[in-house]
Design a binder for this molecule. Structure first.
Ligand SMILES: *Cc1c(COP(=O)(O)O)cnc(C)c1O
Length: 461
């Protein structure tokens, strides 16, 4: 049986459709030029298949939509807050909940409460908003992910793992009191949606216990991480996603969460912790930045939809179809000889732009150029995860030159069909055939923070 075929399908049927506008290559050439070759600056109506992100782009279920109608829009003590709190306790096991408008709102609170100037925050590869909030709070991020994560060709099944030796040397070098917590992401977005093993989390807990250091999860894609543990880690093949998710949380002291990923909602997030003191401090700050501690910038209906989405996210059938679709696209591209990050991760396919466009030096933004070219070819919108996303070193002002120069094809949950996956693959294959003609870019506008969102480029001659 060819890898292209799968004998099972999505555990849902389609009740409503959203019509898409079809465009011509000429229209797309004009649109991307006007957008400064930055796919973030395209109008979404000019996009056919939108793989920009899996964030807030999922299709909600009929249950979630009916949850919206149950919104209790009280300023304080909304019923929906308590439903969300119940879901967080039941599925994640954390004691205290503070809703936030999305994940970065929670990162801001956590960083402001826990980080002092000069602190070190080790993490398994940086994430854009997470690192920025750590830095704004006066901290310094240190990458302690295993080396394999930086190698797009390594087949390590848990490339998100923390290298405990790297962590231990950091503790020796700076002292445990300079490290307020270790920030662990499950799965690791920037490494290509790569999971962390349960064994690694268990050993991280042991090591941090010895030194009295807290462990804070970035649990944005925890159910996807649980799926990889179920599939690939000894002793977990008979365990359900829900029980694996809960075990992951049990090795940590709290978490930031973007509901826009796993939890199948268009907006929402939270901070959850076990420590009452941290909870009190964060509850105090949330009213400054987000809203009262029982809504945190969300409408009651949003909290209800998130509570329901959390439950749907930990269903085995759902996760099998979700990651199965990503796997399907990855296998197709791989069979066609496209250089992609392996193993295939949870939320998307990451094309290795360095191998796709070896004629372009990294400071001509190969991944940015490739994303623009894919859009022109078929109207498929992808995004850059390479030198533009990595930004500049705030001390020296130089670009960071990340080892990974990737184009991310992120798959929204429950939105596209297998035929869409085929169209995407055909487009990537077509662009691969004419790859030698693809030109580099130069940056003509650069914003100060998170530049990948708004930077503008011009095509080099
Ligand atoms: C999306 C994301 C965040 C930030 O969440 P937002 O809801 O976008 O603010 C943090 N960490 C990871 C790994 C993410 O993917």
């Amino acid at each position: 049986m060819s890898l292209n075929k799968r004998s099972w399908a999505e555990p849902f049927k389609i009740k409503m459709v959203e019509l898409l506008k079809m465009t011509t290559p000429e229209q797309r050439k004009k649109a991307i030029k006007e957008a400064g070759y930055n796919t973030f600056l395209l109008k979404s109506e000019d996009v056919y298949i939108d793989l920009l992100t899996d964030s807030g782009t999922s299709a909600m279920s009929d249950h979630q939509w009916s949850g919206l109608m149950m919104g209790d829009e009280a300023y304080a003590g909304s019923k929906n807050y308590y439903n969300l709190e119940k879901a967080v306790k039941k599925y994640y096991g954390f004691k205290y909940l503070i809703p936030t408008h999305q994940g970065r709102g929670a990162e801001n609170l956590l960083s402001q409460v826990m980080i002092k100037k000069g602190d070190i925050i080790p993490g398994n590869m940086y994430f854009t908003t997470t690192r920025l909030h750590q830095e704004l709070a006066g901290g310094v991020f240190e990458d302690v992910i295993i080396d394999e994560a930086h190698d797009p060709e390594s087949l390590h099944p848990f490339k998100g793992n923390i290298d405990l030796n790297k962590l231990e040397s950091l503790i020796q070098k700076h002292g445990a009191d300079k490290i307020p917590y270790v920030c662990v992401a499950v799965t690791v977005n920037m490494a290509g949606g790569q999971p962390v093993s349960m064994e690694n989390l268990r050993r991280l807990r042991e090591l941090t216990n010895v030194h009295g250091i807290k462990v804070m999860l970035d649990m944005t894609r925890i159910a996807e991480n649980a799926y990889f543990i179920q599939q690939h880690e000894d002793g977990y093949s008979r365990r359900g996603i829900a029980s694996i998710v809960k075990e992951i949380c049990s090795y940590t002291d709290g978490a930031t969460f973007s509901g826009k990923k796993d939890a199948l909602v268009n907006i929402g997030g939270f901070l959850a912790v076990n420590d009452q003191h941290i909870f009190e401090e964060a509850s105090n700050l949330v009213v400054v930045y987000e809203g009262l501690h029982t809504y945190g910038g969300l409408a009651g209906r949003d909290m209800e939809a998130m509570a329901i989405g959390i439950e749907e996210s930990v269903q085995d059938d759902h996760m099998k179809a979700r990651i199965g679709q990503v796997q399907y696209l990855g296998d197709r591209l791989s069979e066609a000889g496209i250089p992609i990050v392996k193993p295939i991760g949870g939320h998307g396919i990451f094309i290795d732009a360095k191998r796709f466009l070896p004629h372009l030096p990294q400071d001509q933004f190969p991944a940015q150029a490739l994303a623009a070219e894919l859009y022109i070819d078929s109207g498929v919108r992808t995004m850059e995860r390479g030198i533009v996303s990595a930004g500049r070193n705030s001390q020296t002002g130089d670009h960071y030159y990340p080892k990974l120069e990737l184009v991310r094809l992120t798959i929204p949950r429950r939105v596209y069909t297998q035929d869409h996956m085929d169209v995407i693959s055909e487009s990537v294959e077509r662009v691969y055939e004419k790859r030698k003609k693809i030109k580099g870019l130069e940056m003509v506008y650069e914003p100060r923070y998170l530049r990948f969102f708004q930077a503008m480029f011009r095509q080099l001659k």
